[in-house]
Design a protein around this ligand. Structure first.
Ligand code: AP5
Ligand code: ZN
Length: 216
C-alpha cells in the first residue's frame, strides 16, 4: 500500500508515519528528514538546501523530485511506502504521478491531516527528537517515559530543529497555503483523498488513519 500524508507543518505527519512504519512495515519517506541528513553530511544537496530550510521556504522541485525518484526505486519500497512531506507543489505531484506510472506502482490513499493554525505553532515550538534514532517527542504532548532518556533506543541526547520557531513558522505556513494546499482538490478529484482530525490525540489520529486504510 502506497500513501501520502498531507498537512501543514506540525500536523503530525512524521509522528503518524513513524508509527505506521513500526506497526505496518510500510517505509516512511520523509523528504524533510532526507534533507536534514543531507545538510548534516555537507553534501551538495545539503549545501543548497540549508539556507532555504532555515528560512522556511521550499527547496526547488527538481532537487526534490530527483531525491524521491531514487528512493522509491529502491527494493524496500516494494512493500509499500508513506510519503511524508512530498509532494508539496503541483509540479511535484505531477512528477510523482509520472514516476508511479513508469514503475507500475499505484497511489492508494492521500490522507489530509487537519489542524488549527494556533495548535501547529505550539506543536513545532515544543518539538524535539532523539539525536541517535530520530524518535519524535514534544515538551507537553509526548515526553520520554523516563526524563531525558529516549523510549526507543535509550540515548540521552536530543535535538531541536532550527526552523521550529514562531517566526519561521509564518513562512512555512505561507508556503503551505500557496503551494501545497492546492493539492487537496488535485487528489480529491481523483477520489483518493480522505480527511482525518489531526486535532485529536495521537492514538485517536492513528486509529482514524488505520480506519481509512482498512477501507481501501
Ligand atoms: P518537513 O520536515 O517536511 O517539515 P514540515 O512539513 O514543516 O512538517 P513537520 O516535520 O514540521 O511536521 P509534521 O507534520 O511531521 O509533525 P510532527 O509529527 O513532527 O520539511 C522541512 C523543510 O524541508 C521545509 O520547510 C522545506 O524547506 C524542506 N522540504 C521538505 N520537503 C520538501 C518538498 N517536498 N519540497 C520542497 N521543500 C521541502 O509533529 C509535530 C509535533 O507535534 C511533535 O512534537 C509531535 O510530538 C506533536 N504532535 C504530533 N501529533 C500530535 C497530536 N495529535 N497531538 C498533540 N501533539 C502532537
Ligand atoms: Zn532514540
Amino acid at each position: 500500500m502506497n500513501i501520502i500524508l498531507l498537512g501543514p507543518p506540525g500536523a503530525g505527519k512524521g509522528t503518524q508515519a513513524q508509527r505506521l512504519q513500526q506497526e505496518r512495515g510500510l517505509i516512511q519517506l520523509s523528504t524533510g528528514d532526507m534533507l536534514r541528513a543531507a545538510v548534516a553530511s555537507g553534501s551538495e544537496l545539503g549545501q543548497k538546501a540549508k539556507g532555504i530550510m532555515e528560512r522556511g521556504e521550499l527547496v526547488p522541485d527538481e532537487l526534490m523530485v530527483g531525491l524521491i525518484k531514487d528512493r522509491i526505486a529502491q527494493p524496500d519500497c516494494a512493500k509499500g511506502f508513506i510519503l511524508d512531506g512530498f509532494p508539496r507543489t503541483e509540479a511535484q505531484a505531477k512528477a510523482l504521478d509520472k514516476m508511479l506510472t513508469e514503475t507500475g506502482k499505484k497511489l492508494d490513499r492521500v490522507i489530509e491531516m487537519e489542524v488549527d493554525e494556533k495548535a501547529l505553532t505550539e506543536r513545532v515550538v515544543g518539538r524535539f527528537s532523539c539525536a541517535k534514532c530520530g524518535a519524535g517527542y514534544h515538551d507537553k504532548f509526548k515526553r520520554p517515559k523516563a526524563d531525558g532518556v529516549c523510549d526507543v533506543c535509550g540515548a540521552t541526547e536530543f535535538t531541536r530543529r532550527k526552523d521550529d520557531n514562531a517566526e519561521t513558522m509564518k513562512t512555512r505556513m505561507a508556503a503551505y497555503r500557496a503551494q501545497t494546499e492546492p493539492l487537496l482538490p488535485y487528489y480529491s478529484t481523483r477520489g483518493v483523498l480522505r480527511k482525518v482530525d489531526g486535532m485529536a490525540a495521537m492514538d485517536e489520529v492513528y486509529r482514524q488513519i488505520t480506519g481509512v486504510l482498512a477501507g481501501t
